[in-house]
Design a protein around this ligand. Structure first.
Ligand code: PLP
Length: 469
């Protein structure tokens, strides 16, 4: 099939005409939505079973960074599978695992000491939380009282119980609240759109948030806190919200003041998505522990990881010398091979420069096209990681009611009517809810594709709100 990256949106292809998966034995199926069965992928398009082509403007959940059908990556995985698809990591390692961990450590210019490879962002966060705790137990003078974590409201750190517990995604937590560990407290996120007081400068906002974090340490007892956990650019829970300048430096200073670690969750915003390989490079801080995921393997294998700093690893190496943790499939050779090849391609093709250039174009065009729309409250992001937040009333910034499901409904209409795939989300905390869509195309997206995305999103948004909620 010939790759036609700029197919016009399909005409007259409304919900009723779309062929969707109606009967399914798949447990994890949200029955509120129609599911479209994907037969293949070509470049930046998904090809559905009924032949329709959908431009994947979000790489799924900000996962795809090279688009689909990359033969180099597929061959690298196949070579690894034929060589050895799996081995226990108790007594064995593989070249793929060694090379990937070396690549990741080197990518930090020696700021990180070691890497640990797992299969999902949630697993990475579970490991990060446990590593932080173990660090304090292995200090020359162990700090056994350090059992607490401080994170932020409207954050997302994964779906397993530990990761869910440290996160602040109210909807995803709600039903499981009684099962979640209680030694977590939350402070405000850095969200200029909803959090800044009118007339407040960035400096004042940062110092207000720093005071809030400092007070939280004081309230729970600074000697009990293992770490402060945050996403450098908030993904699923807020929709691509970066912090204001100076925020992370101020937060790290508070952590240092009380001897706590800084854990940065870069599962969604990391590995080049924001224009630098690590999002923290733009914040002037280096985390003590960092998690990575999605763009690490670009969707070619389930692969994620943890990077640990010298501060943490030196203590553990001199202590018990082993992180008391492990999964059957950790360091999985096929996952490592996929990630290595994806990262080599990003480097060889200088794709981070493309993320920066195309990100700047995407930002400019999105603002030109959408910022005056009466239901667009905010357009924010970094690199190729952009969120558009919708409001019911632009003067008060009031969000739409939760049961209107505005974000998923926009995305559904995008697929069936405009042939574009976006990633929906809604964050809620403190009674404030926000519907957003995420636009996060592959790192090799071209300028004409960016123009196409903005045109399609513009028409989709006009059409959706004109039809009434
Ligand atoms: N952390 C962040 C910031 C995420 O966005 C996600 C997933 O969206 C996770 C952790 C969990 O990753 P996974 O879904 O791969 O378990």
């Amino acid at each position: 099939m010939v790759l036609r990256p700029l197919d016009p949106p399909p005409e007259g292809n409304g919900v009723d005409g779309a062929r969707t998966v109606e009967k399914s034995a798949v447990l994890h199926r949200d029955l509120r939505y129609r599911f479209h069965s994907v037969a293949g992928g070509e470049g930046n398009h998904l090809v559905l079973e009924d032949g329709r082509r959908v431009f994947d403007a979000s790489g799924g959940a900000a996962v795809g960074c090279l688009g689909w059908g990359n033969e180099r990556v597929a061959r690298a995985v196949l070579r690894q599978m034929l060589a050895i698809p799996y081995c226990s990591t108790v007594f064995y390692t593989t070249r793929a695992q060694e090379e990937l961990c070396r690549f990741l450590v080197d990518s930090t210019n020696g700021k990180m000491s070691r890497a640990y490879i797992v299969n999902s962002g949630s697993e990475a966060m579970e490991a990060a939380v446990k590593l932080a705790r173990q660090y304090f137990l292995e200090l020359p003078e162990p700090e056994n009282k350090r059992v607490r974590f401080i994170s932020r409201r409207q954050s997302y750190h994964g779906i397993t119980l530990g990761a869910l517990a440290v996160g602040g995604h109210e909807y995803r937590r709600a039903k499981f609240e009684p099962l979640l560990m209680k030694n977590v407290s939350r402070v405000s996120p850095c969200n200029a759109f909803r959090g800044k007081i009118a007339g407040e400068t960035d400096e004042d906002y940062v110092s207000r948030l720093a005071n809030e974090l400092d007070n939280e340490f004081q309230t729970v007892g600074p000697e009990t806190v293992c770490a402060f956990i945050a996403e450098p650019v908030v993904g699923a829970a807020l929709g691509c919200v970066p912090s204001v300048p100076g925020y992370f430096k101020a937060m790290q200073a508070i952590c240092r003041k009380y001897g706590a670690l800084l854990i940065l969750d870069e599962v969604m915003c990391g590995m080049g998505r924001t224009g630098t390989l690590h999002a923290w490079e733009q914040e002037g801080v280096v985390p003590d522990i960092q998690t990575i995921g999605k763009a690490l393997g670009g969707g070619y294998q389930p692969v994620a990881g943890v990077l640990a700093s010298h501060r943490v690893m030196d203590v553990i190496e001199r202590g018990s010398s082993v992180f008391v943790h492990g999964h059957t499939y950790q360091g999985h050779p096929a996952g490592c091979a996929a990630a290595l090849e994806v990262q080599r391609i990003i480097r060889e093709e200088n794709l981070l420069a493309n993320v920066q250039a195309m990100g700047a174009l995407l930002a400019k065009r999105l603002r030109e096209r959408l910022q005056d729309h009466p239901n667009v409250g905010d357009i924010r992001g970094r690199g190729l990681f952009w969120g558009v937040e919708f409001v019911a009333d632009k003067s008060t910034l009031a969000p739409f009611p939760a049961d209107a499901h505005v974000a998923p409904a926009i995305c559904e209409r995008g697929v069936v009517k405009y042939g574009i795939s976006l990633y929906p989300g809604s964050g809620s905390a403190d009674g404030i809810r926000g519907d957003h869509v995420i636009i996060s195309p592959a790192f090799n997206v071209r300028s004409e594709e960016v123009e196409w995305i903005v045109d399609a999103v513009g028409r989709l948004v006009d059409d959706f709100f004109a039809a009434g909620i």
